[in-house]
Design a protein around this ligand. Structure first.
Ligand code: APR
Length: 317
């Protein structure tokens, strides 16, 4: 089997971690692109030189030239400004739209057969723009948000219940903003509903609901919580790992079911917009969108989140 090629557009905080994770897992050869001269070259040299210690053997190249991304199987985009304290993801739209426009043109020209995973924020708008400019089929342009939002939700549940994060399953749907939809009904510890465990813990249904509401709120604001602590930028380890889970499922045709920002054509009552939903990720990119019935409360939250995505996308010039 030919070796896979992964190109990373944006060699900043997330880009650097992405490159290291690709190497550690030997997912394939990696190209790191940035407009800043020396930055991607320096990071890739740094990562390459520890191959003998970490025992990976892949080709790692830093570049300022789009030509180097040719024949990529996957392109992961993190180019763009991150948030600073007090900013919402949506505040980044103007500057990051310009950056995404040039990035998408570069990918379209040099890696026309690739599958693109966008991480740049505001996510739902940046994926939409990237697909429009490349003109790639919808199954080959997707966004990372839900894997991380879901992981944050699962982390808070594990901490609250005093159980291993490995045994918690939780998922968020909708846009990657404050109106995202953490699915309480399906959150479980090895299949046991989290709400049942919270009710047992507190012996009080109302208190259990309050505790869950607080975890939902923290999940929605979790990105901002990290930004407020870091002060100089936004989360980078977690978005990188989340996108790598998606990339790995595609590169190895694993068919994992991961919450993915996908273009919807009627699913969950949404038509013509990119929104986070569970999707089967395999060698073709999005191979199937997993649908299920939302209850009235979940559907109302989904509708609100989708309305926010529509407004955001509509605000792009
Ligand atoms: N083409 C390629 N790279 C670019 C361009 C461009 N036109 N413009 C800027 N960049 C690069 C910057 O030089 C920088 O190295 O994008 C990189 C962004 O890195 P950071 O500023 O460290 O940001 P990071 O934390 O990696 O986040 C990137 O992902 O999660 C989102 O909100 C986050 O939009 C942000 C993005």
């Amino acid at each position: 089997m030919a070796r896979k090629k992964i190109s990373l557009i944006g060699g900043g905080q997330i880009g650097g971690v992405l490159a290291q994770l690709c190497a550690l897992r030997e997912l394939g050869d990696v190209v790191l692109f940035d407009i800043v001269e020396g930055l991607p070259q320096g990071k890739m040299l740094d990562i390459a030189e520890v191959g003998p210690v970490d025992r990976y053997d892949v080709n790692l190249k830093g570049t300022n030239s789009y030509e180097d991304i040719k024949d990529s199987d996957i392109v992961i985009v993190t180019a763009g400004l991150p948030r600073k304290p007090g900013m919402s993801r949506d505040d980044l739209i103007e500057v990051n739209s310009k950056i995404m426009t040039s990035v998408a043109e570069g990918i379209k020209t040099y890696a026309p057969n690739s599958i693109i995973i966008v991480i740049s924020n505001p996510l739902d708008a940046m994926v939409t723009l990237c697909q429009k400019i490349t003109g790639f089929p919808y199954n080959r342009v997707i966004g990372q948000a839900g894997v991380l939002d879901s992981a944050r939700f699962a982390t808070f549940i594990a901490w609250e219940l005093g159980v291993s994060v490995k045994d918690v399953t939780a998922m968020t749907l909708g846009g990657h903003g404050d109106d995202m939809v953490p699915l309480v009904r399906y959150a479980s510890v090895n299949g046991i509903p989290v709400m049942e465990l919270l009710e047992q813990k507190y012996n009080d249904a109302e208190k259990a609901k309050e505790v869950m509401a607080a975890m939902v709120k923290r999940t929605r604001g979790a990105g901002g919580e990290v930004v407020a602590l870091l002060k100089t930028g936004s989360a980078f380890y977690s978005p990188a790992s989340s996108a790598i889970a998606m990339a790995e499922s595609i590169l190895k045709d694993q068919k994992r079911v991961l919450p993915t920002c996908c273009f919807l054509q009627g699913e969950f009552g949404v038509n013509g917009f990119y929104v986070g939903v569970p999707a089967v990720l395999g060698e073709k990119g999005v191979e199937n969108i997993i649908q299920f019935k939302l209850d009235a409360e979940e559907q109302a939250m989904m509708d609100k989140s989708v309305a926010a995505v529509k407004e955001l996308v509509g605000s792009m010039k």
